[in-house]
Write a protein that binds this ligand. Structure first.
Ligand code: KIV
Length: 273
């Protein structure tokens, strides 16, 4: 089979090899049109289970299903030519056993065509990460604040201030790197600890609320685009203010519809003369 003319997307091996070169640029994507817009600027796009909260209005990510991840993984893959695409394993799809994790990870790879899967967890998930990577599934780890554990950890807060907490995160980082993950998300972790972990592990750390000391950054796209007026945690920067822009556009549309000034002549089909 000829590969001439095929676009080569960024691989997980390329992402891993970027450690120590330049910061890795990542964002979440859930749909084809947004993936198309983000793709030229990003090394990695994550179809995160945050889609449960961002797109479906869920309170947490716990209710997200395999079907949702696969549908959105397929949608993102249709819009991407360049970036490495990773799809989250949702809560309940990998914690039961390493066999269950493989079955669901393989399904995601086969049905979406993405480059790898992400799963949350440190030491307790190391055996699973090693099982998956040995069987051809590239794994993106996720340590520090783990949103899927909200029901046992009790909420969202930055971590690593106590020595006990910092030590657990250090052990998690080492375990996931040694188990063969190609990179790991470090979420909601104080800067000195994120810096220490980044220096200690051989794979890239991708920070979210974990400082510029990480090897790369990720944000939820809808957050950095300013689509939520009522949610702006400290670690999020609005690079645009789309929520007020959308409100203004919809208000203008409603006014013109009510005034019958839209659709105008140029938007209207007429019989041929
Ligand atoms: O689900 C998600 O979008 C994530 C990122 C925020 C890292 O896990």
């Amino acid at each position: 089979m000829s590969t001439v003319g095929q676009t080569k997307r960024t691989t997980t091996a390329t992402i891993e090899a970027m450690k120590g070169t330049r910061p890795i640029v990542s964002l979440t994507a859930y749909t084809t049109p947004i993936a198309r817009l983000l793709d030229p600027h990003c090394d990695l796009l994550l179809v995160g289970d945050s889609l449960g909260m961002v797109l479906y209005g869920m309170e947490t990510t716990v209710g997200v299903t395999m079907e949702m991840m696969i549908a959105h993984g397929q949608a993102v893959m249709r819009g991407v030519k360049h970036a490495c695409v990773i799809v989250d394993l949702p809560f309940g799809a990998y914690q039961e056993s390493k066999e269950q994790a493989f079955r669901n990870a393989a399904r995601i790879l086969k049905e979406t065509g993405c480059d790898g899967v992400k799963l949350e967890g440190g030491e307790e998930m190391a055996e699973t990460v090693s099982f998956l990577t040995a069987r051809g599934v590239p794994v993106f780890g996720h340590i520090g604040l783990m949103p899927q554990l909200v029901n046992t950890t009790g909420g969202y807060r930055s971590l690593g201030r106590s020595e006990k907490e910092a030590d657990k995160i250090r052990r998690d980082a080492r375990a996931i790197a040694e188990a063969g993950a190609f990179a790991m998300v470090v979420e909601g972790t104080i800067e000195p600890l994120a810096r220490e972990i980044t220096a200690a592990v051989s794979i890239p750390t991708i920070g979210i609320g974990a400082s510029a000391a990480c090897d790369g950054q990720i944000l939820v796209s809808d957050d950095m685009l300013g689509l939520f007026n009522d949610f702006k945690p400290r670690f999020v920067k609005h690079f645009a203010e789309l929520a007020p822009a959308i409100s203004k556009a919809v208000e203008a549309y409603a006014d013109e519809v009510k005034a019958r000034s839209f659709p105008a002549l140029e938007h209207t089909f007429q019989p041929k003369k």
